[in-house]
Design a protein around this ligand. Structure first.
Ligand code: GLU
Length: 289
């Protein structure tokens, strides 16, 4: 096992856009500053959403932008054994139950009402949920400061294996970050409210909890998060240096005159010296496309 790494974990649902470049660049620069390895993990468990060719295009784009990763590319689809082992361990702790509630039944519930908590035997076509409790989950986010969340009030018992059989994002992420000695998770701010659930799982699985930093969410002029759904354009690999320069200001990086002529590698070398998570403002930021 490689000790101490940062990571970028894209879902291969389409090509990277400026929002994903912000996350990739920030986690890369943070890892370089901290003297850590930087891993790329493809979050490809949700196979119906995997777009053909997306993984290749993501890796090509990272490479073109000088964002070179360490070691082999990781793939969640190759980690099913570790997720199953985690489920076995949570079950041994009597934390799991089978849930047959439909989306419609739960539509109005912000917090899972505990309807199926008594179901300890597998039934066909059910999700698996983990029980949560009243103990606050506390962590310090390097951009958003001290956080505290009581899961029984914010979300309630949550899904760790989906009804369709796929391992849920929370479990897969917690198990991978914890098992691969990922010590720094720098990612999009829209994932901040998933963090307490992931820490809860890591605590119960005896895994090391990373340090977290959640970046500003880039929104378009209508206030919508840049994403495939809002038609954020794919990055053009031929404009790699310009793309990096476009996201740098959102990372508190303001390159001096002259750097416009630099290569992506030169920009990242400069950024790795200057980068300071403490200079990144929390909240969302409008990105002019
Ligand atoms: N795969 C997730 C995404 O692309 C990110 C996972 C993470 O960074 O925790 O949104």
């Amino acid at each position: 096992m490689i000790q101490h790494a940062g990571r970028f974990a894209p879902s291969p649902t389409g090509p990277l856009h400026h929002g994903s470049l912000l996350a990739a660049t920030a986690s890369y620069l943070d890892a370089r500053r901290q003297g850590l390895q930087w891993w790329v993990r493809i979050d490809d468990l949700d196979s119906p959403r995997v777009a053909s060719g997306a993984e290749d295009s993501i890796l090509r784009t990272l490479d073109a932008h000088g964002l070179h990763w360490d070691g082999p590319v990781q793939r969640q689809s190759l980690h099913i054994d570790r997720y199953e082992a985690a489920l076995t361990e949570l079950s041994r702790q009597k934390l799991l139950f089978y849930c047959s509630c439909s989306r419609q039944t739960l539509a109005d519930a912000q917090v899972y009402p505990g309807t199926c908590r008594h179901r300890h035997r597998p039934v066909a076509d059910t999700a698996i949920r983990v029980r949560v409790d009243e103990a606050p989950i506390r962590f310090h986010d390097l951009i958003h400061g001290d956080q505290s969340e009581i899961l029984s009030r914010s979300c309630g018992d949550f899904v760790v294996r989906r009804r369709d059989g796929f391992i849920a994002y929370q479990l897969a992420t917690a198990v991978d970050d914890g098992s691969d000695a990922i010590t720094r998770v720098v990612r999009g701010g829209d994932l901040l409210d998933n963090t307490a659930r992931q820490i809860y799982l890591m605590q119960h699985l005896g895994l090391q909890v990373p340090t977290y930093a959640h970046l500003p969410v880039l929104v378009d002029s209508h206030g919508r998060k840049l994403s495939k759904q809002t038609s954020a354009p794919a990055l053009n690999d031929r404009n790699a240096a310009a793309n990096l320069l476009a996201v740098f200001p959102f990372l508190g990086l303001n390159p001096p005159a002259g750097t416009r002529e630099w290569s992506p590698g030169e920009l990242l070398d400069w950024g790795a010296v200057e980068f300071d998570l403490a200079r990144i403002p929390p909240g969302s930021a409008t990105f002019r496309l």
